[in-house]
Design a protein. Sequence first.
Length: 253
Amino acid sequence: MAVEPSRGRKVLRGIRNPFYAAQRTFRPSRPGIVHDGQVRRLQLWRTGLGLAAWVGLTVAYKAAVSAADVKAAADDRLDQSWSSVLVLVCTLPLVVGAFVAAAKGPLRRVYLRRALRPLGAVLAVMASMGTSALAMAPELAGFREAVGLPGKIVIAVLCLWSVGFALYGIGLSLVHVFRTADIHEVVPPVLAGVLVWEMALSDVVTGAYPQVPPAVRAAFILGAPVTVTALSWWEMRRLRVHHGLTVRDALGR
């Protein structure tokens, strides 16, 4: 009986605080999951250094020389993060599906059940981004007029809450790879490696960072997948050495 009030307080806190709600939605929380402080710190360092490298590249090659350029660069970075999430959304079912299909016997059912939380995280970030359309899309102007001033206030509050939830959620989704550790601890490093090489290929195809000299551009684009691949290998090794977790054992083989 004592658990229910605590659960109710958490729900209310999530309703009031979009950042707390994002933490509850996008951070892995499976009972018995391995929490490794070194892996967590390295993930945060990787994200911070990636942002610092992008800022340094932008400043060094004068991609941002005015307030308007800074805003455009920030919008570009946000679009890039959103693109990463969209690529991850498309890649996730393929990698998870292959992982589940390769698992033996009853493990398949276990992993399918655990995959519901990552799927919920995907749906949550997509739904939260969709609320901006409700507030700003010209096609929905008639709806906004129909609901009147009270409805517009509700939409505005919902949009503000969703923006905070979505922006923080995008960051957490990239760090925790859509909480796929809830399926198994070995899934996030595998999925992160696939994702980062897909993004590098996308940068090459779309001609990202055109203002940067070709040699520096190539080093910058390849730096991310090489670094993340090395990090993923180190994470897999740490899971094997310190926690006895391997892909072979995860698949029951």
